[in-house]
Design a protein around this ligand. Structure first.
Ligand code: SF4
Length: 467
């Protein structure tokens, strides 16, 4: 253990080697999908994407629906989401009209009334909608779909500008999980990212959600933001522990100013933490959260031992998709709303990213898909390999070989050989029967998965750094 002194706190930190961070901190995907969204193309025939969706709708399985609600009142300067910044709340009412029309366009392809096993509201800020608009959204969805009795319904909540009525309206809709954007409680860091959110706002949101029956509450935190340091982030973590969320997603800040120009301000100010400091923040997070009884889940997530996510990881049922880690396996995802992404067994589809283009397509009675990807058999095999690394932290060669009908170590000999240097650095173990990610390798899961990514040469420079 290292000991790190800041002005009023002595923090003992677990060993993580800075030289390995420098060596492996290269651009790489987060693998919320494989192939990644960068691979999606507008040249894929829509009829083929639709045929694949139709096959999934006919399968009889429950559906997972993602609804993108893009509006935010102000831009947080670190944000990499697809948003519409506006203070005109009337826009949300009209957006609901378009969502209803989009669902009715899809309903023409449903062989029967479909049932939802999972529903997620992301954004943007879903709670930008007024409570009465949330009730209208509820009616639109309940009119169109049945809900499974054990459906997981989750909503991303911005504790700023929130009332108990928003939280209750989503609960009436069926929401049982809430994810609160927190990022950092330090006022100085909050000012630097243009997101002022007091501890009390987060505590109120948490209280309202617990009071009306949400069973799992997640906090999103980000490390590597401007002006963060060990002392202030230590304080943030103490405040987080006081509130005791069931899950945490602790993301490394993704600096991609070529895609998100607002992030350039951080370069101008020179306020981003050094790699050494960022590493110390990461050590602090691991120490404080595991010390408080949270279990590390896959990459950059933590959950209480009793939370479904920790149970799914123990039982090797963990899944990964565009919303992060999930406990429900094998559900097709139908994305609704501007920029949303749909996923079936054999394809991905992404809606128009621009709000006006999205509306124009729907006005023309067209399903607003802008691009997508059809997966080859080899894509599917590599997707399975990469998801097993990201979720289960191991590859069982015999099981994969049986699944794929091949001699796995022979078929993927080049990829396994590429991982030898990472094994030499103590990040993973390679035996004749399996690949196992070691505790020190958890930070480098993206690098390990990258060995199996057939498209990496074409996309690497367009991703954020892996650590
Ligand atoms: S509230 Fe969320 S989605 Fe909106 S700008 Fe801030 S970080 Fe981005």
């Amino acid at each position: 253990m290292l000991s790190l002194m800041s002005s009023d706190v002595s923090i003992a930190l677990p060993e993580i080697r800075l030289d390995l961070i420098s060596k492996y901190n290269v651009p790489g995907p987060r693998y919320t999908s494989y192939p990644t969204a960068i691979q999606f193309s507008d040249q894929v025939p829509f009829a083929d994407l639709l045929a694949d969706a139709d096959r999934d709708f006919s399968s009889g399985a429950d559906l997972s629906v993602y609804v993108h609600l893009p509006f935010c009142e102000s831009l947080c300067w670190y944000c990499a989401c697809n948003t519409v910044i506006t203070s005109q709340h009337g826009q949300a009412e009209q957006y609901l009209d378009y969502l209803a029309k989009e669902i009715s366009l899809w309903q023409r392809h449903f062989p029967r009334r479909l049932r939802l096993g999972q529903l997620h509201f992301g954004g943007g800020t879903p709670t930008f909608l007024r409570p009465e608009e949330i009730d209208r959204l509820s009616k639109i969805l309940h009119d169109a779909f049945d809900f499974a009795p054990d459906a997981e319904v989750s909503v991303e909540i911005d504790p700023r500008r929130l009332t108990a009525a928003h939280v209750q309206a989503f609960r009436r809709l069926g929401a049982n999980r809430a994810s609160l954007g927190v990022q950092d409680f330090d006022p100085f860091a909050q000012k630097a990212i243009h997101r002022i959110q007091t501890y009390e706002m987060t505590a109120d949101a948490m209280h309202w959600a617990r009071e009306c029956g949400y069973t799992s509450i997640n906090f999103d935190l980000i490390y590597g933001l401007p002006h963060q340091n060990e002392e202030t982030f230590h304080r943030t973590l103490q405040q987080v522990k006081e509130l005791s969320p069931d899950r945490l997603a602790v993301f490394s800040y993704a600096h991609v100013p070529w895609m998100r120009p607002a992030q350039r301000i951080f370069d101008k100010e020179g306020s981003l933490p050094t790699p050494e400091r960022k590493l110390n923040l990461l050590k602090l997070i691991i120490q404080e959260l595991t010390g408080a009884g949270y279990v590390a889940i896959g990459m950059d997530h933590f959950a209480k031992e009793t939370d479904d996510l920790a149970i799914a990881q123990r039982e090797k049922r963990l899944q990964r998709n565009f919303q992060g880690y999930s406990t429900k396996s094998g559900l097709s995802i139908l994305g609704l709303g501007m920029s949303s992404i749909s996923q079936t067994g054999g394809s991905f589809r992404q809606n128009e990213k621009d709000l006006d283009a999205y509306k124009r397509r729907i006005d023309a009675e067209e399903i607003p898909v802008a691009k997508g990807a059809l997966l080859t058999a080899e894509d599917r095999r590599r997707r399975e390999i990469i998801m097993q690394i990201m979720c289960n932290l191991e590859l069982d060669y015999a099981a994969l070989g049986e699944n794929f009908g091949c001699d796995f170590p022979r078929a993927y000999a080049a990829e396994i050989a590429r991982l030898a240097p990472l094994a030499d650095d103590g990040l993973l173990e390679l035996s004749p029967a399996r690949l196992t990610v070691l505790p020190a390798g958890r930070l480098f899961i993206r690098n390990i998965a990258m060995a199996f990514d057939a498209y990496l040469d074409r996309t690497a420079g367009r991703h954020s750094k892996t650590i």
